[in-house]
Design a binder for this molecule. Structure first.
Ligand SMILES: [Zn+2]
Length: 72
C-alpha cells in the first residue's frame, strides 16, 4: 500500500524546473504536474535549486506563492 507521506520542501532552497524557458518552483522535481503558479510541467527538463538560479530568474508568481507557503 502506498503511503502518502508528506516530504517537507527545503524551505529556503526549493527545486526549480525549467518550463518554456522560465524557471518555476515545484514541490517535487519528479512528481509535480504543475509548478506552484499553475503552469503545467510539460517535460522533465533542467532542474536546479533556487540558490543556483537566483530569484530574478524565477517566475514571480511562483516566488510569491512560495513565500506565502513559507509563512503559512
Ligand atoms: Zn511559475
Amino acid at each position: 500500500m502506498m503511503t502518502n507521506r508528506k516530504v517537507p520542501m527545503d524551505e529556503s532552497n526549493p527545486i526549480l524546473l525549467q518550463i518554456n524557458n522560465r524557471w518555476h518552483i515545484v514541490e517535487h522535481s519528479r512528481r509535480s504536474e504543475r509548478a506552484l503558479c499553475g503552469v503545467r510541467v510539460t517535460h522533465r527538463g533542467a532542474h536546479a535549486r533556487l540558490s543556483l538560479v537566483g530569484k530574478r530568474n524565477v517566475c514571480g508568481k511562483c516566488l510569491e506563492l512560495f513565500k506565502a507557503m513559507e509563512n503559512a
